[in-house]
Design a protein around this ligand. Structure first.
Ligand SMILES: [Zn+2]
Length: 264
């Protein structure tokens, strides 16, 4: 990952394939068969250190400078710093052309940061819209901290990336209503496993995976800061115990994964 931005821009995949780049935490970049670039929850700064003194683990250096990420669409699941980063988004807006989209809590935060209206779009839970040419659905995320603090309009995303359906859970506890996404037959599930601060633990993430039955599942929201991580092997073992046919792929921050999927 000497220069992840260059690698992303240079990546070409054929029809029926998708390239995924994990930025650590909940952050992913995708390159599609049509040569388009989408990011979800890019966290490309040290703002968690600045706000909470949560330092990045050595495993998770800043994957690339925000100014180097040229995306067509950036989706944010909610307005916590590791998902809609006040030190990443303004640089993305200044240096690129991406449309930045998320629920109302995200657009109001971006408005306060001075992001121009024409660069942002609001998509709330239950809505399905075409954004920058992509079919995007915002789905339930039940993001409630143990202390009972609600993040009422946190969402997950189901996005059609030139024929590959990706479901990013966002930050969420297990909830039976999350199973509704199964009807979309996602090829790829990106599932949070950190088990703290209102998120599923590895066993709960494995249960949801077995209910969604994607072709590939990638455990995420770990490895970024010591205060909020989990062990991906625990997810892989829990998934095996469910009998799920989903293939677990454990990525490391900065890794690239290219998969091909049979047409559905
Ligand atoms: Zn989070």
């Amino acid at each position: 990952m000497a220069d992840l931005a260059t690698a992303i821009a240079a990546t070409r995949v054929s029809d029926g394939k998708l390239a995924l780049f994990w930025l650590g935490g909940a952050g992913f970049v995708f390159r599609t068969a049509a040569g388009r670039t989408v990011a979800i929850d890019p966290y490309l700064s040290d703002s968690l250190d600045h706000y909470y003194s949560w330092k990045r683990l050595p495993l998770s250096p800043i994957a690339l400078p925000a100014r180097a990420l040229q995306a067509d669409l950036v989706l944010a699941t909610h307005a916590h710093e590791d998902h809609l980063d006040p030190e990443t988004i303004p640089d993305l807006v200044a240096a690129g052309q991406a449309l930045i989209a998320g629920p109302g809590m995200c657009t109001s935060a971006m408005r306060a940061w001075g992001v121009p209206e024409e660069r942002m779009a609001e998509i709330n839970r239950g809505e399905r819209r075409t954004l920058a040419g992509f079919d995007v659905a915002a789905v339930l995320a039940h993001h409630v901290s143990p202390a009972g603090a609600q993040t009422p309009d946190a969402v997950g995303f189901v996005v059609d990336l030139d024929g590959i359906i990706v479901y990013h859970t966002g930050d969420t506890l297990y909830h039976p209503d999350l199973q509704a996404v199964r009807a979309r037959r996602p090829h790829v599930l990106l599932v949070c496993i950190n088990g703290q601060y209102g998120n599923m633990n590895p066993e709960e993430a494995a249960r949801l995976t077995s209910e969604i039955e994607p072709a590939v599942v990638i455990p995420m929201h770990w490895g970024l800061v010591a205060e909020n991580t989990a062990e991906p092997g625990a997810f892989v073992r829990a998934l095996a115990a469910t009998g799920s046919r989903a293939r677990p792929v454990v990525m490391l921050p900065g890794d690239t994964f290219i998969s091909s999927f049979a047409a559905s």
